[in-house]
Design a protein around this ligand. Structure first.
Ligand code: URP
Ligand code: ZN
Ligand code: ZN
Ligand code: ZN
Length: 468
């Protein structure tokens, strides 16, 4: 047993002085003022600290094969790094081989994730359509605890899904009570611009943002929303990086459509000037999609979070080391896309969000944990601090500072996009399944301690689709 004593419990709803008792099965047993410590119970002093639900990162790519490389953080190192930053669960993406079975891919990812140190679930990507996909989606929802499917509108000739398959997948997801997630960038437009830029001799990372302008994301987000409205299936837009996509989501929500939007801290705080860095590697290390944008988009993203039109924050944690990025030395379109960040999401958001007054502590909890738990049907098992919930908790020191560096981070990658940044707001202790796994700089992550978390389906929307 573990008793967290003397802290302020912060949930998405309120902040209250309370103690939290965690039992030996990894659940929260009691929350209340001045709780008695049962005999033999370990006591954790939380005086001056905020006791918050552990972060949930709904968008990671651990050891993902992508663009000829494999992401360098695996399920152990990546989830351990998450624990060091206060994140206690992830939802990763299963990516089937081209034309391959969704179910086989899910099994492969289950095997890879056995070594995870923190709890995890999966979204499964649909990249083509046939009868097997139709059948596998049902098996995944009914028997495998998957309630969300991913669609890439970008990455032509690789992961990109055609509109027809996307429509069929959304209808199928809706009738099964699952949610659809989407990477919204027009893949044809990106490929067209990439070819033009290369033909002009623009081969370096500076061309990356030029090949993926804001309009390309705005068009795809609007199209995805329009297509989703045909079946009534809820749609979750990953890594929203532009005011165009933010507006499309907000307008759809005002029309009553079930659309959600996710923001990455890196899009909130890093801008496109990084691609013009004179050092090729520095610029290449920022190559991710959608790219970092002109600063004016950042205000729209903050506004989306503050107003509730954008609900979640994630990292899209996808690590590639120097040699992997160098694969694109002569051609920016071959630089593996992705940036690290699972360890720093909570601190960066606290520093730029709460410490600046943009977000309240309660809204911070909502956008780092609770909203994700609700959207992906993990709530109230995760995302809150109530009796019966998983004892996944972060003891947050809002005053402490730390300087982010690849030299000290736990992510298995040779750089950090926030290198040298001193942030206020630090995970002092992280508790996973009722055990202290991060304690003021000491990481006690345990390989294989993470559990696969099944996410049940929602009420199907088949009635909506058949009447539409
Ligand atoms: O650049 C990125 N984001 N890499 C990971 C794959 C994806 O698009 O999410
Ligand atoms: Zn059907
Ligand atoms: Zn993406
Ligand atoms: Zn991603």
């Amino acid at each position: 047993m573990l008793l967290i004593k003397g802290g302020t419990v912060v949930t998405a709803e309120r902040s209250v002085r309370a103690d939290v008792l965690c039992d030996d099965t990894g659940l929260i047993a009691q929350v209340g003022p001045a709780l008695e410590a049962p005999t033999g119970c370990e006591i954790v002093d939380a005086a001056g600290l905020l006791v918050m639900p552990g972060g949930i990162d709904p968008h990671t790519h651990m050891e993902m094969p992508f663009m000829g490389a494999t992401a360098s953080d695996d399920f152990y190192t990546g989830t351990a790094a998450g624990l060091a930053g206060g994140t206690t669960s992830i939802i990763d993406f299963v990516i089937p081989d081209r034309g391959g079975s969704l179910l086989d891919a899910w099994k492969d990812w289950r095997a890879k994730a056995e070594k995870a140190a923190a709890d995890y679930g999966f979204h499964v990507a649909v990249t083509h359509w046939d009868e097997q996909v139709h059948a596998d989606m049902a098996t995944l929802v009914r028997d495998c605890g998957v309630n969300s499917f991913k669609h890439f509108m970008a990455y032509k000739n690789a992961l990109m899904v055609q509109d027809e398959a996307f429509l069929l997948s959304m209808r199928r997801a809706g009738e099964l009570g699952a949610l659809c997630t989407v990477h919204a960038e027009n893949g044809d437009a990106v490929a067209y611009l990439q070819q033009m830029l290369l033909a002009e001799g623009q081969t370096g990372p500076a061309a990356h943002p030029l090949s993926r302008p804001a309009s390309v994301e705005g068009e795809a987000a609007s199209r995805a929303i329009a297509l989703a409205s045909l079946s009534g299936t809820p749609l979750y837009v990953v890594h929203v990086s532009t005011r165009e996509a933010t507006r499309a989501i907000a307008e759809a929500r005002l029309r009553g459509q079930h659309v959600y939007g996710e923001v990455l801290p890196q899009h909130l705080v890093i801008d496109e000037t990084v691609y013009r860095d004179p050092d090729w590697l520095t610029a290449a290390r920022h190559v991710m999609s959608p790219p970092f944008r002109e600063k004016s988009h950042q205000e729209a993203l903050w506004g989306g979070l503050v107003s509730g039109q954008l609900q979640t924050t994630a990292t899209d944690h996808c690590c590639f080391c120097k040699e992997q990025k160098e694969q694109g030395a002569a051609d920016f379109t071959r630089i593996p896309n992705g940036t690290p960040g699972i360890e720093d999401r909570m601190s960066v958001l606290w520093h730029y969000g709460v410490a600046t007054g943009r977000l309240t502590p309660e809204l911070f909890v909502a956008v780092t944990s609770t909203n994700t738990a609700k959207i992906f049907n993990l709530h109230p098992r995760k995302g809150t601090i109530v009796p019966g919930a998983d004892a996944d908790i972060v003891l947050w020191d809002p005053q402490a500072t730390r300087t982010i560096s690849a030299g000290t981070h736990h992510q298995n990658v040779d750089y950090n996009i926030y290198e040298g940044l001193t942030v206020s707001g630090v995970a002092q202790k992280t508790i996973s399944q009722g055990k202290v796994v991060w304690d003021r700089g000491i990481l006690r992550a345990e390989k294989g301690a993470g559990r696969y978390v099944e996410r049940p389906a929602f009420t199907p929307v088949s009635k909506v689709s058949s009447s539409a």
